[in-house]
Design a protein around this ligand. Structure first.
Ligand SMILES: N[C@@H](CCC(=O)N[C@@H](CS)C(=O)NCC(=O)O)C(=O)O
Length: 200
């Protein structure tokens, strides 16, 4: 049994979607979080080292996993029959690992730099500016239909949920390729099932 430590309408919501895609046995534990306005606080029941969500606990051996790409990889490796996690040694594994890491190593910092109005120090920062990062994403999705090409994967859950959330933001370059991609991913039945679990 997987326990998902979750707060509605946050980065943990997409793990409801992933768990539904995988047909994994899971329970949801809604936890409190610190908010930007200073209200709220970390929940002692949440095993995440910084009191953030998402985190998961696997009741098989008590393993705790945090950081979104690590959770995607852990779960798609653990529940391979759904076929949305390219396996070690297979042809798409390298691309899968690259896109999972790119999400938190490049894309999120790129958006955060833009949000904070900070110029990305070329040659020093480990990421690139949002225009370059989104240019690469859009080029990849134009070949698509998914981030790894023909097949939907766990990586799409990170990217499509993010683009769905920030679609209307001025930080997001307007792109029909991204809009169609989000629509294609959100039409999946597992996404609709996950929405019904959003409040726990
Ligand atoms: N790098 C983490 C980010 C997790 C994160 O920042 N989650 C937010 C919710 S969307 C949170 O827990 N914020 C409360 C806090 O920072 O204390 C991941 O991708 O899993």
């Amino acid at each position: 049994m997987i326990t998902l430590y979750h707060k509605p309408k946050t980065r943990s919501s997409r793990f409801l979607w992933l768990l539904e895609e995988l047909g994994a046995p899971y329970e949801v534990q809604v936890v409190s979080l610190r908010s930007r306005d200073g209200s709220g606080g970390p929940d002692p029941a949440n095993p995440h080292p910084h009191g953030k969500v998402p985190a998961i606990k696997d009741s098989d051996d008590g393993t705790v996993v945090f950081e979104s790409p690590a959770i995607v990889l852990y779960l798609t490796d653990k529940f391979p029959t759904a076929g949305i996690g390219p396996v070690a040694g297979g042809p798409a594994r390298g691309a899968y690992l690259s896109w999972l890491s790119y999400y938190t190593g490049v894309l999120e910092p790129a958006f955060m730099s833009k949000f904070m109005n900070v110029e990305v120090p070329v040659g020093t920062a480990g990421w690139v500016d949002v225009e370059k990062a989104m240019g690469f994403v859009i080029q990849t999705l134009s070949a698509g239909p998914f981030i790894l090409g023909k097949k939907f994967s766990g990586a799409d859950i990170l990217y499509a949920s993010t683009f769905a959330m920030f679609g209307a933001s001025p930080m997001m370059p307007k792109s029909p390729a991204v809009e169609e991609y989000v629509k294609r991913c959100l039409e999946r039945p597992a996404y609709a099932r996950a929405q019904k679990r959003e409040d726990g």
